[in-house]
Ligand binder design. Sequence first.
Ligand code: NAD
Length: 474
Amino acid sequence: MQRYPHWIDGKPHPPTGDAWLDVHSPANGEVIAQVAAGTAIDVDAAMQAAQRAFPAWSSLPNSQRAQWLERLADALEDRLEEVAQAESRDGGKPITLARDVEIPRAIANLRFFAHAATQFASESHHGEAGLNFTLRQPLGVVATISPWNLPLYLFTWKIAPALAAGNCVVAKPSEVTPHSATLLAEIAAGIGFPPGVFNLVHGAGPAVGEALVTHAQTKAISFTGSTTVGKRIATLAAPLLKKVSLELGGKNPSLVFADSDWRDNLDTIVRSAFQNSGQICLCGSRLLVERSIHDEFRDAFVERVKSLRVGDPADPATQMGPLVSQAHFDKVMRALAAARDEGARVLCGGDAIDRPGWYVAPTVLEGLGPDTTTNREEIFGPVVTLQAFDNDDHALDLANASDYGLVATLWDRDLSRALRFARELRTGMVWINTWLMRDLRTPFGGSNQSGLGREGGAEAMRFFTEPRNIGIAT
Ligand code: NAD
């Protein structure tokens, strides 16, 4: 049985007490590996290693830190196929999604922030009483905590800016999908990445995540995951006055206007709801459709959803795989039962698929109002609801009827209306006639229950640095 240890100080590190957690295959439920069940003792060992490495790493010229990130990206690229297979096996995501999209994006994250290391600039203010300039210095040792849905993609999205800015990192990937982060640590050691700069501690959230958040030497915590855990981290970090960035859940609306090119974009609209079995925080789970096209759209959409090829993640023809775990499968099944209790009409799917593994059929529901639990709580599975709207104000009300505020997607040809919506939607991001448009320079994140702070580009570099202003009389 394969075992994934921690990686501390550039070396594999067994868990204290030799405790391990099982890792399951979502495609058949079997145990495929074991991962270190870390403790506060392991966290402390990683923190000490990171602390020792910090003086040398933070004083390297930016261009040399950039070179290390480029070398890591190159070495990851050399093993892309192996890492993609690992993610597909651990998380049940279709191999084509891992190979063609997610691992290439993880590599792109490392390269983007290698460039950021050399191009990040700080502010200066001239005039008034003299000259002010601002130094932006690394914080020290920072913690990153990431989820299972896009394992290496979100893991690198955090460690790359942290390292580029000169910090040392102790990173905790999800215990549900630990393989790809372990491979990255092994790859880093293989190219001689300076020991202690990037450390990996595995394990359950409360045992490892909370020890990381509360450790005396942790200067900042960058977290992506559920709103519930985000609030717990905020509660622990607040009295210790630690800096936090929280990327949390969503219940995203996708609005389809009658004048849009929805027929040409139907594949993207389906993908925006069901990619990775709906287990992407950016998936649109509330489809709001203008009433005049509602029935025609619904029929075409449902037909396309029914044709999705659900199956073995290792099969290149598969478009949708299983859910990630038994616990998550149970949560989605409970949400489907609750939707039925609330009076949902099931247009397709609505149930588990009768085969080994944690498969749920792609599901489209109608007949539920904006105040139902189904339309308010994040399900994070292959489940979409349809609601009709009568006019712009109604559409805006429905879209904003959420405690979350991550992203909204508009399908519309009327640019002035789309821009009015872009101003009035209460989300951190809005996409117009596109979905999941990636530009790593833009601020990424949500408002309200979707989080606190922004990632991406200069936002991430600012988060991982401490400003010090210097004023000179002139
Ligand atoms: P989760 O909150 O259960 O776990 C996320 C990470 O936090 C894991 O590494 C976990 O081990 C750790 N953790 C759990 N309890 C902890 C605790 N008490 N203290 C510290 N760490 C703890 O989330 P998940 O189920 O892995 O991921 C799905 C969630 O992530 C969804 O809600 C989804 O919307 C959200 N998400 C958000 C974004 C975004 O950018 N906003 C991106 C991806 C996923």
